[in-house]
Write a protein that binds this ligand. Structure first.
Ligand SMILES: Cc1cc2nc3c(=O)[nH]c(=O)nc-3n(C[C@H](O)[C@H](O)[C@H](O)COP(=O)(O)O)c2cc1C
Length: 191
């Protein structure tokens, strides 16, 4: 049996995206977002959904740039802090003792201690209602060596923080259960 429920936590799981931006005075800010994802392969693009009431919203509009920084599971405290206070009131980087480093290609700060960082230039802005969708073209990707395996592949699964919007908690990804683009082929005559 299935039940019909209202639109609440629309998709699961969501990576925890911590988005960096500069305000009008050049102060670095960071906002935690669950609504966002991959938008296009070519040009490589991602999407983030930001409420206009957020301090970060104006920063992104004015600089036409943002970074996406993925925290490790053991950085949940810092990531949550970025999502419960506003850069209008405090210097969030100073409060948690993390480092903002200017991105190479876009006008936004990277969170140095987070292991994975995307530099994004805004290409599209779409007002959807409660949230505004920003599409950012990825100009540069920074990855900590701890996320790169022996074969040179990225190992996202090794401890990046996820958000469970159903019961509003953070989770760490678990074991590999199957190989993508492969296990489903068992239902076909392809190898
Ligand atoms: C887990 C989590 C997910 C969130 N997701 C979003 C989101 O997708 N979009 C959004 O506008 N705010 C989201 N927020 C709320 C903002 O992070 C929060 O309002 C923040 O304090 C705004 O910071 P700012 O005013 O410095 O920009 C989320 C907060 C948390 C803790």
């Amino acid at each position: 049996m299935k039940r019909l429920i209202g639109p609440q936590s629309l998709l699961f799981p969501n990576p925890v995206l911590v988005v960096g931006s500069y305000d009008a005075n050049g102060k670095a800010n960071a906002i935690t977002l669950a609504w966002g994802g991959i938008a296009s392969s070519s040009p490589p693009s991602v999407s983030i959904a930001v409420r206009p009431s957020r301090y970060s919203y104006r920063n992104i509009i004015e600089r036409q740039a943002f970074t996406i920084n993925l925290p490790r599971a053991d950085q949940a405290r810092e990531a949550d802090y970025f999502g419960v206070v506003s850069g209008r009131d405090v210097d969030k980087f100073a409060a948690v003792g993390l480092t903002a480093t200017r991105a190479n290609e876009v006008d936004a700060p990277l969170i140095t201690e987070f292991p994975y960082n995307l530099e994004c230039a805004v290409t599209h802005t779409l007002d959807l209602g409660s949230h505004t969708l920003f599409i950012g073209e990825v100009k540069e990707v920074h990855v900590d060596e701890s996320l790169i395996g022996e074969s040179g592949d990225l190992h996202y699964g090794s401890g990046l923080l996820m958000f469970d919007s159903g019961i509003r908690c953070y989770r760490a990804p678990g074991e590999v259960v199957a190989n993508a683009f492969k296990v489903g082929l068992e239902f076909t005559d392809r190898d």
